[in-house]
Design a protein around this ligand. Structure first.
Ligand code: PSU
Ligand code: MN
Length: 335
């Protein structure tokens, strides 16, 4: 009964969105407020597995053309593992759930000219008919609006170092506290304060589990020195955790932390020292707020001669494969 309810809920949400969309489109401005691709729309109707993907990672997280190649490859990996990819972004003010290859290309070429769009920014980007690359918080929110329960990314935002003074805590964490979507990531980067990030996730009631490990991973490295609150062993195990949260009607999200594959973690310590230098430079240049994460990512990539980018691409691909398998298991559980 629970699975039938869940599917009904997804369908209702979807129909509601579609109704809103056509309403918005008939007001003479020819502007739909949300656009769901035909493929994603069909998958929502039939209860087929879907994986949401974010777009800030494309625009601000990686340089062109690697960002475009990666965006396309992630979709291929999701499909190979039996799920439908739904990359989410805002184009000309319209939140889009599922992008065409051409649209992925537009976003990849726009790079940081697209606005980095967190949850709070969605309305502004819509009203201004801008192009917005959605962060983890905005992507989660839009995925939940249409009823997609699983979302794959590289790393989430967190409590910044010195966050206890600056209050710079990514809205990814509060969105995780308020939006019932499971986020598959490689943990958080050590550009952030990992112990405080874990504390804050607990405060936000987020279910956090590490995949096949006891430790919470630190993005470029498999370990962070912090123990994960829970451990999951397989895609089926993850799906059971997600299914339990859905049955409980918990309104908060889930974070599944998948360590970077061992064969790609070799340069982890080299990258770690680059991170220290980049943090120092960010402080000297007084870079803060939402410019900090993109600055650090780009600078670490320069300092490591591209090694961090290669690791980043490898771990996101791995997350896409794990995430798609979880989506397939979840769809089976809810049949
Ligand atoms: N961490 C990464 N790569 C990224 C981001 C974070 O390793 O691309 C992006 C994600 O979109 C994340 C956002 O949601 O940065 C967090 O930004 P902020 O710290 O400003 O909240
Ligand atoms: Mn911030």
């Amino acid at each position: 009964a629970s699975s039938a309810n869940f599917r009904l809920e997804i369908l209702t949400r979807h129909l509601t969105s579609a109704a809103f969309a056509s309403k918005a489109g008939s007001d003479g401005q020819n502007l739909e407020w949300i656009k769901i691709s035909p493929e994603v729309s069909e998958a929502l109707k039939t209860g087929s597995p879907i994986v949401a993907l974010e777009s800030t990672i494309i625009s601000h997280g990686m340089p062109y053309p690697q960002n475009f190649e990666t965006a396309k490859e992630l979709e291929v990996i999701v499909r190979k593992n039996g799920a439908v990819p739904a990359t989410i972004a805002i184009l000309d003010g319209v939140p889009c759930i599922g992008l065409t290859t051409e649209e992925l290309g537009i976003l990849a070429r726009l790079g940081s000219k697209a606005r980095k769009t967190a949850s709070r920014d969605i309305a502004v980007v819509m009203a201004g008919r801008e192009n917005g690359a959605t962060t983890v918080s905005a992507t989660m929110y839009l995925a939940s609006v249409v009823g997609i329960p699983i979302f794959v990314t590289g790393g989430i935002g967190g409590v910044h170092r010195h966050g206890e003074n600056t209050l710079d805590i990514s809205s990814d964490l509060t969105e995780l506290g308020n939006t019932p979507v499971a986020v598959i990531s490689a943990g958080v980067k050590s550009i952030l304060d990992i112990p405080r990030t874990l504390e804050y996730l607990e405060t936000q009631r987020v279910t956090v589990a590490a995949y096949q490990t006891d430790e919470f991973p630190a993005f470029f490295t498999q370990t962070s020195g912090c123990k994960a609150p829970a451990r999951v062993e397989s895609p089926e195990h993850c799906a059971r955790v997600i299914d339990a949260n859905i049955r409980l009607e918990r309104k908060s999200g889930i974070l599944i932390a998948v360590p970077i594959p061992r064969e790609h973690s070799a340069s982890g310590h080299l990258i770690e020292s680059a991170i220290q230098q980049a943090l120092q430079e960010a402080r000297e240049k007084k870079i803060s707020g939402n410019a900090e994460t993109p600055f650090l990512l780009a600078r670490v990539n320069e300092l490591t001669g591209g090694a961090s980018l290669a690791s980043n691409i490898a771990l996101v691909k791995n997350n896409a494969s794990v995430g798609a398998k979880i989506a397939v298991s979840l769809a089976q559980l809810q049949k």
